[in-house]
Design a protein around this ligand. Structure first.
Ligand SMILES: Nc1ncnc2c1ncn2[C@@H]1O[C@H](COP(=O)(O)OP(=O)(O)OP(=O)(O)O)[C@@H](O)[C@H]1O
Ligand SMILES: [Mg+2]
Length: 447
């Protein structure tokens, strides 16, 4: 049951309020002087205060009420307060109310209006409390991650990132193969490094191979090595492959979706047996390698097209680590932006707003490049919106298609707003009609 403290020197005020509140299942505490009131606040859990502005029959200045209000604020910054005031003190009350979590009503009050105000403020206080608890929980989790793991300087603030990171750290210590998925520049390689740094093989090498960077035959040479003369241009020296180089450590297979089918067969065999041969060689080699792979392609689509082996997929995908696009973890944006600025440079307020409005199709990499460029362009210590060169930030530019929110951004906005179209549209900077059209275009269901 919520409880309200009434501080008024006139006992009949408290009696009337007590009666009113008891009809609404609210507990009433009473105090007749400011000192009593503050004492009660020390001793009891109070959800809301209703206070008078004068506490002596012969004073009308409102000074005592103002002083009391400030004392309550100083000790309980989030406690909602309703000032009950004679109309002559309205101006002072309005000023105080601007200090937040407060409202005022003239005496004599209207019961319905008073109850509406009380309920509003109680709800507000409840929301704030929940938010504060959530933030405190997030902070504790953050401290624990920083204490227990090597996070390779990862920057994050959003709860969505906290979830991903906690999962990454947890799987790092097991031997499960990890498949990291997510669009361009979200931090897939960064997470691969984190997994290695917290694994049993952290003292071994971390070797990365971009499967998309080389043509079919050479990728096998890269993976497994080659004996002299094994392929055109092989030269006369034996060549060590990445599997050998990563022995006792982690092999990071980036853009795994682009690995040609022949390479996939061989990769599957190593993963199953730990054994392979160099190209053109016949000596079987054995390695112990932790494999972490990454892709920004939809592997199930590639499997359906016959371009990726399903058995290999199940080998790699012991656990999938899905990295959300930057737009789906907005609280990461400003901390990351500050992180990428050189020392001595700061973000102006307009720049912060522009950063938060931008859709970040290139994710963290785009943000990093934007900040590096902005730091060069900035005239002084403060980076302003113009330095960011974010064409297409904001709704106006969106109308021209420069910053069109993609399917993912739209789906994320719908999810965040519980499917409420008007809210999702507002967040995306679109009209409701414009959002409807995009739902149709992307074939997104309106449920
Ligand atoms: N949370 C983060 N904190 C600090 N730096 C980050 C973070 N996420 C990404 N970065 C940095 O952003 C850049 C891009 O990240 P990374 O290369 O890991 O992305 P990626 O998903 O592998 O991209 P691609 O799909 O293009 O290969 C890197 O310089 C990386 O160090
Ligand atoms: Mg990468």
């Amino acid at each position: 049951m919520p409880s309200i403290l009434v501080i008024d020197d006139n006992p009949s005020v408290a009696t009337a309020l007590d009666l009113l509140f008891s009809l609404h299942d609210i507990d009433t505490l009473r105090a007749e002087t400011p000192q009593d009131g503050l004492q009660t606040l020390r001793e009891h859990d109070v959800d809301l205060v209703i206070q008078d502005m004068n506490f002596h029959a012969d004073t009308t200045s409102g000074e005592e009420g103002i002083a009391l209000f400030h004392e309550i604020r100083a000790r309980h910054p989030d406690l909602p307060v309703i000032l009950l005031t004679a109309w002559t003190h309205l101006e002072a009350a309005v000023d105080l109310v601007k200090a937040g979590a407060a409202d005022y009503l003239g005496k004599p009050w209207d019961d319905r209006k008073l109850m509406a105000t009380v309920n509003n403020l109680l709800e507000l206080a409840e929301t704030r409390r929940e938010l504060a608890q959530e933030r405190a929980g997030e902070q504790r989790r953050r401290d624990a991650l920083l204490r227990d793991y090597d996070l390779r300087g990862l920057v994050w603030a959003d709860a969505a990132s906290g979830n991903t990171l906690a999962l990454a750290c947890q799987v790092a210590r097991s031997d499960i193969p990890v498949l990291i998925t997510g669009p361009n520049g979200v931090g897939k390689e960064k997470y691969a490094e984190i997994i290695h740094a917290n694994s049993h093989v952290r003292n071994g090498p971390f070797v990365a191979l971009n499967c998309g960077a080389l043509p079919g035959e050479l990728i096998e040479v890269e993976l497994f090595g080659a004996e002299p003369g094994a392929y055109t241009g092989a030269g006369n020296k034996p060549r060590e492959g990445k599997f050998e180089a990563a022995d006792g450590g982690t092999l990071f297979l980036d853009e795994i979706g682009t690995l040609p089918l022949a390479g996939q067969v061989k990769l599957l065999r190593v993963l199953e047996t730990g054994r392979f041969e160099r190209l053109g060689g016949n000596r079987e080699r054995t390695v112990k390698v932790r494999v972490v792979s990454a892709t920004n392609a939809d592997l199930s689509e590639l499997i359906a097209d016959g371009r990726f082996r399903e058995d290999l997929f199940y080998r790699l995908d012991g656990i999938e680590l899905k990295l959300p696009p930057l737009a789906q973890r907005p609280r990461d944006i400003l901390p990351l932006a500050r992180h990428f600025l050189p020392k001595g440079k700061r973000l102006g307020e307009d720049a912060e707003r522009a950063l938060l409005r931008h859709a970040w199709p290139g994710n963290v990499r785009e943000l990093r490049n934007t900040m590096q460029r902005a730091a060069l362009l900035a005239q002084g210590d403060i980076v302003v919106a113009g330095d960011l060169n974010l064409h297409g930030a904001g709704p106006a530019a969106r109308a021209s298609g420069a910053d069109e929110p993609g399917r993912e951004a739209i789906e994320a906005a719908l999810e965040r707003n519980g499917g409420v179209l008007a809210q999702a549209a507002a967040e995306l900077g679109l009209s409701r009609q414009a959002l409807y059209r995009r739902l149709d275009r992307h074939g997104i269901k309106r449920d």
